[in-house]
Ligand binder design. Structure first.
Ligand code: FEO
Ligand code: CA
Ligand code: CA
Ligand code: CA
Length: 578
């Protein structure tokens, strides 16, 4: 017990119970404060623009903190601390409080939604009254659905990337549904385009070109858009601009040190519904980027650069040349990274980039339970991926055939996705051979299978041995490892607190010890929210945590609109936080 007590002390806090209320809870000895909310100004000209009646003006919508905070990273640039953070999507009923049915009724409404998406880059500083965003800092910037971007890598200039507005196929506008994030060793921000399909629709006929149709089917581009953009902005009407969706679904590299720099879509890293981009260097200096494709039955990927990273060297094309791999998890807890080469896929390098899912299906990748964030352990050579849930795992169609992903790959129960109707999720861990993330083979195990041991006293839905009535949760999603090798797990699950989820409360953030397997609950969010995004101040005495889509008047109180927010958490004794 003393060894266990010593290990348990790595957490440095007393775990908290679940909650079902409308605010944030953290352990005794810690406190939280709001850093910034949707609608708060990044520039003084937007001061006072936000009201709970209007949700802010169109004119100022790209001068304020956007909606639905998600992945974020903190950069130390000179003496400044700069956070780059994603704005994943909009809740139209919240962001357009006057719009009927929550759908935009004008080009102005669409413009507001487009501006509340994207990325915020903002300088932050701590003073006597706490953390604040430095308004009008030269680092401050909003990137939106209309920001010019360069297209680089194997897909750049391909016919499928060309539009009437960009006959070269090398320049596009905007970044879409920016979910998780990543940080390169050379100090750039990686933002990850996830459910980009929802921004496109068709006013006229859907395209009929065979390749385009097949791609739409695999990626879910349909005649009815989720945001109504196509009705007011021809770029999003695929009956007019059929190649525009090919210009989304990428990893985008942004230089947070230069607010005038042009973001670059790095097509070498593949096109799918990107969750995050976990970067690590192989021992020889090549760059490894692990990436999940978050859809039922889609895959886990790894990219390996051709060239090595040299500190201080030219990194402007480092992410453009390399090899994309997809994971095959064997039943015996070994695994292989399968290379997506033209020979293996019978596709050109550009097509492998644009239709990565199709290439991965051709080589026999393992269908996964929705790969969300990947985290790399900085203290030992291993990585983790949250497999958030998959209600259709093992399910059958009416004719008795097994359910598949959109590419026809069966979602049969397998060792790494071991549960039918997987409502709870699991976290897989892999250790590459030779302690080298560039290696093509690995061994894997499940770090945790979430479950409900109060409801299911035995069997797979009780969860693994490190899940108990005191720490249970569902749908792990965000995951970030701190510098000490502790794993912070954020959930985006069912917070009904009933049925299969009884006793699990609101979405939350927990800490896992990779060595002991112990998991303790650190934070609970307001009802309806997802907890997503985490970074640390330069001195590691503050954690910044994202509270996305609360369904409660958080943080402003009764009678106000819910506002997605970043909170700052400190220990009352100002000790290190990871
Ligand atoms: Fe935006 Fe898969 O989470
Ligand atoms: Ca997520
Ligand atoms: Ca999720
Ligand atoms: Ca989300």
């Amino acid at each position: 017990t003393s060894a266990q007590a010593q290990q348990a002390s790595r957490f440095a806090f007393k775990p908290i119970p679940t909650a079902t209320d409308s605010t944030v809870h953290v352990p005794d000895g810690y406190s939280w404060d709001v850093l910034i909310r949707w609608g708060d100004p990044l520039f003084s000209e937007a001061e006072g623009d936000f009201t709970h009646e209007t949700g802010g003006s169109v004119a100022m919508s790209d001068k304020v903190f956007g909606e639905n905070t998600d992945g974020m990273e903190l950069f130390v640039i000179g003496g400044a601390q700069v956070i780059a953070v994603n704005h994943e999507y909009t809740n139209n009923k919240v962001n357009l409080p006057k719009a009927a049915e929550g759908m935009p009724a004008s080009a102005e409404d669409v413009r507001k939604l487009q501006n509340l998406h994207g990325i915020a880059v903002m300088e932050v500083r701590e003073n006597a009254s706490g953390w604040e965003v430095v308004k009008d800092s030269s680092f401050n910037r909003r990137i939106t659905h209309n920001t010019p971007m360069r297209i680089a890598g194997p897909a750049a200039g391909h016919d499928l990337m060309k539009t009437a507005a960009d006959p070269t196929g090398t320049e596009c506008l905007g970044t879409f549904n920016n979910c998780g994030s990543g940080k390169t060793p050379w100090g750039t921000y990686l933002t990850c385009e996830e459910n980009f399909n929802g921004y496109f629709g068709a006013i006229g006929e859907m395209p009929t070109d065979e390749k385009i149709v097949a791609g739409y089917q695999r990626y879910g581009i349909e005649a009815e858009g989720r945001y109504g953009y196509e009705k007011f902005d021809a770029r999003f009407d695929v009956s007019q601009t059929p190649n525009e969706p090919h210009r989304a679904g990428w990893i985008v590299e942004i230089d947070p040190s230069d607010a005038s720099s042009m973001p670059v879509k790095r097509t070498a890293l593949g096109r799918f519904k990107h969750e995050n981009a976990a970067c690590v260097l192989a021992p020889d200096g090549r760059v490894v980027v692990y990436m999940g494709d978050d859809e039922r039955g889609e895959f886990l990927y790894k990219w390996l650069s051709r060239d090595v990273y040299v500190p201080g060297g030219d990194t402007s094309t480092l992410l453009d040349e390399g090899m994309l791999y997809v994971a095959k998890f064997n039943e015996d807890q070994t695994g292989t990274w399968l290379a997506l080469t033209p020979e293996a896929t019978d596709m050109s390098a550009a097509e492998i980039a644009i239709f990565t899912r199709t290439a991965a299906s051709k080589v026999g990748a393992t269908t996964m339970d929705r790969p969300e964030w990947v985290a790399v352990n900085p203290t030992t050579t291993e990585a983790y991926c949250c497999l958030t849930n998959n209600s259709r795992r093992g399910a059958k169609n009416d004719d008795g055939s097994i359910r598949t992903n959109a590419g026809g790959d069966e979602m049969t129960v397998n060792a790494v996705n071991p549960r039918e109707t997987n409502e709870y999720g699991q976290i897989v861990r892999w250790r590459p051979a030779g302690e080298n993330h560039a290696s093509s083979i690995f061994e894997w195990d499940l770090y945790v299978m979430a479950g409900n041991p109060s409801l299911h006293t035995e069997g797979p839905y009780a969860g693994s041995g490190n899940v108990n009535a005191g720490n249970m949760f569902n749908s792990p999603d965000g995951m970030i490892m701190d510098s000490t090798g502790l794993m912070w797990i954020q959930t985006d699950g069912d917070d009904s607190n009933e049925g299969e989820f009884a006793g699990q409360g609101n979405n939350q953030m927990l800490v896992g010890d990779p060595v002991t397997g112990e998991i303790h609950r650190f934070l609970t969010g307001p009802v309806g929210c997802e907890v997503t995004g985490l970074c640390w101040s330069a001195d590691r005495r503050t954690m910044f945590v994202g509270i996305q889509h609360p369904d409660a008047p958080f943080p402003d109180g009764e009678g106000t609109l819910p506002r997605s927010s970043i909170i700052a958490i400190k220990r009352d004794d100002n000790a290190l936080l990871g």
